[in-house]
Structure formats: C-alpha cells, structure tokens
Design a protein around this ligand. Structure first.
Ligand SMILES: Cc1cc2nc3c(=O)[nH]c(=O)nc-3n(C[C@H](O)[C@H](O)[C@H](O)COP(=O)(O)O)c2cc1C
Length: 204
C-alpha cells in the first residue's frame, strides 16, 4: 500500500503537478487507520496513537524521499464522522492530532490542510498550530469574511473554498469587487453533465 502511494505521487510529479496532497481526512483509508474504533490491527500499525499514525507517516516519509517533502501536503479532519466513522474521545483525538502534527513537522512537509467540519475545538487547533511550523490551511464552510478573520488572527496561513468556487468561477474577482455571489445549486452537485459545473454566471 505504501509503495502504491509512492508510485501515484511520483506519477503526479512526472505528469507536471507541483505537489501532492495525501488525503488523511473524511473517512477514507488513512483516517480509518487513525481511528481506534476502526483500526483493530494488532501489529505495529494498530493499537496506540503512535502505531495508528504510522501508516500515514510512513507513506509521507516514503513519498518525500522520492518527490521531496516540500512537495507534500496532508489533509486531516479531526472529529469528522464522515463515512460513518465513529467519533472517539476528545482527549485521545487531540493527542492523536498533536502527535501527528509534531511528526509531520519533523518530516518537513509543506502544509497541513484541516477540513474544519465539524469545527474543531480551539484546543485541537492550538496543539496542531504549535506543533507544526509550516503552512496551515483551513477549509469548510468559510465565507470571505470568516476566512479573512482566520488569516488575520493567525489561526490559518491559507484558506480553501469548495462550493463557493464551484458556484462562482470568478470567485476571486467577486471578492475583490465586493460583488454578490451566486448561490450553490445543491441539486446539481454530484450529478453528471455540465449543469452545476460550467453553467454558473460570471461577472460581465
Ligand atoms: C460536489 C462536492 C464533492 C465533494 N467530494 C468530496 C470527496 O469526494 N471527498 C472529500 O474528501 N471531500 C469532498 N468534498 C469536500 C471538499 O473537498 C471540500 O472540503 C469542501 O468543499 C470545502 O468546503 P466548502 O465547500 O464549504 O468551501 C466535496 C465537495 C463538494 C462541493
């Protein structure tokens, strides 16, 4: 499994990407490995926090050897229960992400991207922030105003937008011009065809 991630990362760089983001969030396999209710392995990849973080960290270490740690980011979603992944207690969750952040810091990767849904407690944020010195990205449910507040109070270095960008192909221009935003057409999310992808109005 580790080598398949390494191959994918190397292929991405060969194809011209600037870097890769490892998806450690939203109920996918790497988050399953972090979660004590899902990960029931009894070898060095299961059990305590160090062991449950090992798969993600091993993958990052091996990818970094091939493409450079500065080209690697990781996405996490502490407290997310997406994909029916069961929540675990706050203390252990915080310890998991504090440990992960400090190990990722040692590995020198470009960024940690936090999917903030549900909103993570301030303590979790503080631990990640103080253990990780490179770029911290936040996303999920942000508006230009809440994003600007996160940047100016130092809790994020960068912010990411999903739905707003989908509904507003000229999202940046609209922010700059203080123009109104198109609403997201929720009926067209997750559907095939051009509706919801290329039919949103742009500013003249
Ligand atoms: C149509 C759509 C599909 C998405 N699919 C996925 C997905 O397959 N996996 C995933 O981790 N996140 C997925 N996301 C979440 C986005 O990656 C991103 O976290 C989110 O849209 C950012 O928050 P925002 O839309 O509130 O700005 C999806 C979002 C949208 C709008």
């Amino acid at each position: 499994m580790i080598s398949s991630f390494v191959t994918a990362a190397a292929n991405a760089i060969r194809a011209g990407f600037d870097g890769v983001e490892l998806h450690g969030a939203n109920g996918y396999i790497l988050e399953q490995s972090l979660n004590p209710h899902i990960n029931n392995r009894t070898d060095i990849y299961g059990g305590n926090i160090e062991n449950r973080c090992r798969l993600l960290l091993d993958i990052i270490r091996e990818i970094s050897k091939v493409i450079g740690a500065e080209k690697v980011g990781v996405r996490v979603s502490p407290y997310s229960t997406l994909g029916d992944i069961p929540a675990y207690n706050a203390e252990e969750t915080d310890q998991t992400y504090a440990y992960l952040a400090s190990e990722l810091n040692h590995l020198g990767i470009a960024y940690i991207h936090i999917s903030d849904s549900p909103a993570i407690p301030e303590k979790t944020h503080q631990q990640i922030r103080s253990n990780f010195t490179n770029t911290l990205i936040y996303c999920n449910g942000l508006t230009p105003e809440t994003a600007a507040a996160k940047i100016s109070d130092g809790s994020a270095d960068l912010v990411a937008f999903g739905r707003s960008f989908l509904a507003n192909p000229d999202f940046v221009k609209r922010i700059e011009k203080n123009a109104p935003f198109n609403d997201v057409d929720y009926m067209s999310l997750y559907t095939p065809g051009e509706q919801g992808y290329t039919n949103y109005a742009i500013l003249p």
